[in-house]
Write a protein of this length. Structure first.
Ligand code: NAP
Length: 454
């Protein structure tokens, strides 16, 4: 299937879209290139007015935007509305803080005056995933546009209406033509765009193979890239943890977005002493979740975004079971239309299954038991990923070791991993490189220029 809206809850093909022709792609790139020549010199206060306006539109239209999100990728409507609102918050955050983040930074040297000046790079290509189809885009676009760059969005092929709507929002907010454009293209055209001389840098959020392909090409053409890739985040619970809170949080941390979040807790690493109680209560809570139509406001878990994701997830689960994993709840797709998968818990998973190294992108919790903190840290660090990590203990020495020794771009102690405009976000190892959000995210796509005056 090319670029299309297919309702994940029913499988119904609702709308198809023609991809841009090569001539049209060239026109979009030229428009971006031309727009940058003027836009880069506009005042920050002007850009902030437009960015606040984009935030206002997102807030005012959160409900209708939420419906488009849910229709195209299946997350429960409550979460989709919250996503539109969170996207508004990142617009306001950079509109409010952009001037401070971009101000010249004085540095005392042998010069009479020396400082760092921050300048935009030009048109940036953003290749984005469907799982947070608004949030992922706005967290790239808000800092990039505030800094004077211009954006071109190649969104995932299953969320074209979200992609078009986002470009409309920037236009309605007042940004000049060409400052933010959606390119309706398949992934086969990404190489053509990222290698074009008019594109100065790129960012990709998605799977590891897509990241490798994108970064290789960008590297060949010496273009800066930020990569936000997959994760298999650990959620470590030790003896002293507040167990009821940890279990309650575990449900949200695993089930948010129907389990399709890069920073979802995926591997639950439990101290032996609390493991039985944790497992039993988690299984009760998973079994009580309401799976169904994502348009209903009381639905907890909707369908997965595509049939392929459902199939891949089920293959991973069945491979674990065949090797001897115990099923506490779930594990078989129900016999109904749509891409539904039940909340599932696997425990006593022997080594040598996909749970060791692969990302499970859906509502499946993988439980492991450990006898010591050392064992917990070794297991947590034992994958090729390094995105986030959540650890639960009230012991300060344990907390200290966890925040230092966990190999991840973020460690949350006694809380679930989440993104926040005020904090940098990104991974290490095969989870990618570079950062989004906060001042660090804004500085990724800038010429950090040294100025020295005798
Ligand atoms: P995906 O298949 O890699 O798709 C993501 C985007 O990349 C889409 O726009 C896709 O376009 C495009 N794409 C696919 N293959 C490409 C290639 N070879 N070259 C250039 N572009 C390519 O990812 P997904 O499976 O839909 O998304 C889920 C993944 O994203 C998970 O691994 C998740 O953990 C990760 N993710 C990471 C973060 C983070 O911040 N670290 C956030 C959200 C999601 P088409 O749709 O046209 O194929």
């Amino acid at each position: 299937m090319g670029i299309a809206t297919i309702n994940p809850a029913t499988g119904e093909l609702l709308r198809t879209f023609e991809p841009l022709t090569d001539l049209e792609i060239d026109q979009y790139l030229e428009r971006a290139h031309q727009a940058f020549q003027q836009y880069r010199w506009l005042s920050l206060s002007q850009r902030a007015i437009w960015m606040h306006k984009a935030g206002d539109i997102l807030e005012q239209q959160a409900e209708s935007l939420g419906k488009i999100i849910t229709l195209e990728m299946g997350k429960p409507l409550r979460g989709a509305i919250a996503e539109a609102q969170k996207s508004a918050s990142v617009c306001h955050y950079y509109a409010d803080n952009g001037a401070e983040f971009l101000a010249d930074t004085p540095v005392a040297t042998d010069a009479s005056q020396s400082f760092v000046r921050y300048q935009p790079l030009g048109p940036i290509l953003a290749v984005m995933p469907w799982n947070f189809p608004f949030w992922q885009v706005f967290r790239f676009a808000a800092p990039a546009l505030m800094a004077g760059n211009v954006g071109l969005l190649k969104h995932a092929s299953n969320v074209p209406q979200c992609a078009l709507k986002i470009a409309e929002i920037f236009q309605e907010a007042g940004f000049p033509e060409g400052v933010f454009q959606t390119l309706l293209i398949g992934s086969d055209k990404v190489a053509q765009v990222i290698t074009d001389a008019r594109i100065k840098a790129g960012t990709l959020t998605g799977s590891e193979p897509a990241g490798v392909s994108f970064a290789s090409l960008a590297g060949k053409y010496l273009k800066k890239v930020v990569l936000e890739l997959g994760g298999s985040d650990p959620f470590i619970v030790l003896d002293s943890a507040d167990l009821p809170l940890a279990i309650e949080t575990a449900v949200t941390a695993r089930m948010l977005n129907n389990g399709q979040s890069c920073i979802a807790a995926k591997r639950f690493i439990l101290a032996d002493s609390i493991a039985d109680q944790f497992e039993q209560q988690l299984a009760d809570k998973f079994a009580a979740l309401k799976v169904g139509d994502p348009m209903n406001l009381d639905t907890d878990v909707g369908p997965l975004a595509t049939p392929d994701i459902l199939q891949d997830l089920d293959m991973q689960v069945q491979a674990c079971i065949v090797k001897g994993a115990t099923v506490l709840t779930g594990s078989h797709p129900p016999d109904r239309p749509g891409n539904f998968y039940p909340p599932t818990i696997l425990t006593r998973i022997p080594p040598g299954t996909p749970a060791d190294q692969e990302e499970f992108f859906g509502p499946v919790a993988l439980i492991f038991r450990v006898k010591s903190l050392d064992e917990a840290i070794t297991l947590a660090n034992g994958t090729s990923f390094g995105l986030g990590a959540s650890a639960w203990t009230t012991n300060p020495q344990e907390q200290d070791r966890l925040m230092s020794e966990l190999e991840a771009g973020a460690v949350f102690i006694n809380g679930m991993v989440k993104s926040d405009p005020r904090l940098p976000f990104g991974g290490i190892k095969h989870s990618g490189y570079g950062r989004e959000l906060s001042i660090q995210g804004m500085h990724e796509f800038l010429n950090i220029k040294t100025v020295w005056i005798k």
